[in-house]
Design a binder for this molecule. Structure first.
Ligand code: GTR
Length: 403
């Protein structure tokens, strides 16, 4: 069910609220964090449409030339980190092609993207299925995979809803994936392994890129390949990620405007969720538990959310006027579903300014109900922290509408 105009939830069912059972369960298992809506502190969000001097941004031109770069730079310096300016070379090699994949429905391409700096190199293994029924270049969903290869089996012997390739092909889209670990293994080793080891050379500062920024960079290298493949419509690439991959997809889309759609599934803290709400995971916790994900500057805001000159609605605003889809799951209170929705709500003034969406209601939609306004969309699915076919079907409904 799609709601595309303001204020009609009353006819569709109750606006979603966390169930008291979920709140109790989460509070019991992680008592040091807050899951109660009543205990969310009062906060004031920085105005996404006022520049650093407080002046209101009133035109699309001012947004693009002034405010957008200002916000992008805030996230680069304080959250995800800066990529070192090091020369590297890149090559693509088609290591496997099967024009008769999925019983003839699709063409499988496996492309090695080799990155070299000096003596060192790494390979991003890109797996891609394109629908054989297509009559021209096709749009592609690119997943930044933060789970195991069992979710993305190119032989299709093992299937997983996390990357439902058959279903995406059946709807006329291409689907691609690379493993985040190809770019940078997801562990803290003082940035010696992966692309950091190759590009940082031990020269790191407080704003040097973390692991999420490295994965986002990997997504851009896949985009470089898409631009060379005539069977792909590279103007219609969606970057998709779940959880830590969802945080990454948001930064990938913010930093690389070639992605025409960003889908952030249950991205939570350091992703779509408003940090000032401090519901579920907090900045302090994420920095302690995953010291490699963000740049060092982000630690300045551990426990000091109100001092940030930004919040995550401003990250989301960087995707406008391109397409942005946020989703959450009802039992995933760790990732603050309401905080994710409100971030989208507070990013909408930028979509409106750029004529890419009127706005969404402040109230959350009912469970399992999609809300779309122009190029922005959202749903909250019943159940736990995961990315399922149900979610993908809504992503594709959104893409059908936007593309
Ligand atoms: C959790 C982390 C979340 C989220 C999640 C995941 O442990 O606290 O921020 O990223 O992992 O990626 O599944």
């Amino acid at each position: 069910m799609i709601i595309s105009t303001l204020g009609i939830y009353a006819q569709q069912g109750e606006s979603w609220k966390a169930s008291p059972e979920s709140v109790k369960k989460m509070s019991g298992s992680r008592p040091e964090f807050n899951y109660y809506e009543e205990m969310v502190p009062e906060y004031t969000l920085p105005d996404v449409l006022a520049d650093a001097s407080g002046k209101k941004i009133k035109s699309a031109g001012k947004w693009t030339k002034k405010r957008r770069p200002e916000i992008l730079e805030m996230f680069r310096t304080n959250v995800y980190g800066r990529i070192p300016e090091i020369l590297y070379t890149k090559s693509f090699s088609m290591v496997n092609i099967d024009e008769d994949a999925m019983g003839g429905e699709a063409t499988l391409k496996q492309v090695d993207i080799k990155i070299t700096t000096g003596e060192e190199s790494l390979v991003i293994h890109l797996t891609l299925f394109l629908p054989n029924a297509a009559s021209g270049p096709v749009p592609v969903f690119l997943l930044i995979d933060n789970r195991g290869p069992e979710n993305t089996d190119p032989t299709r012997k093992v299937k997983s809803e996390f990357w439902p390739a058959e279903e995406v092909i059946a709807r006329g889209y291409g689907i691609a994936v690379f493993s985040n670990a190809d770019v940078d293994p997801d562990n803290y080793d003082e940035f010696k392994n992966g692309i950091h080891g190759m590009m940082d050379h031990g020269r790191r500062s407080d704003d040097s890129w973390g692991t999420l920024a490295a994965w986002a960079w990997g997504a851009s290298r896949c985009m470089d390949y898409f631009e060379t493949d005539e069977e792909i419509d590279s103007k219609k690439i969606a970057v998709v990620g779940h959880s830590r991959g969802g945080k990454t997809a948001l930064w990938a889309g913010a930093d690389d405007q070639r992605f025409s759609m960003v889908i952030a599934n249950e991205s939570g803290c350091g992703g779509a969720a408003l940090a000032r709400r401090r519901l579920g995971e907090t900045i302090e916790r994420i920095n302690n538990a995953f010291p490699h994900w963000f740049c060092l500057n982000y630690r300045k805001y551990s426990g000091k959310e109100d001092e940030m000159p930004f919040d995550m609605h401003m990250l989301l605003s960087l995707i406008a006027p391109r397409a942005l889809y946020i989703d959450a799951a009802s039992d995933d209170l760790w990732g603050d579903p309401k905080g994710c929705y409100l971030a989208l709500y507070h990013a909408m003034p930028v979509f409106r300014l750029l004529k890419a969406g009127e706005g969404i209601p402040e109230e959350m939609p009912p469970l399992n109900t999609q809300v779309i306004s122009g190029n922005a969309g959202f749903h909250i699915r019943d159940g736990s922290h995961n990315m399922l076919l149900k979610d993908w079907n809504w992503f594709m409904d959104f893409a059908d509408q936007v593309w």
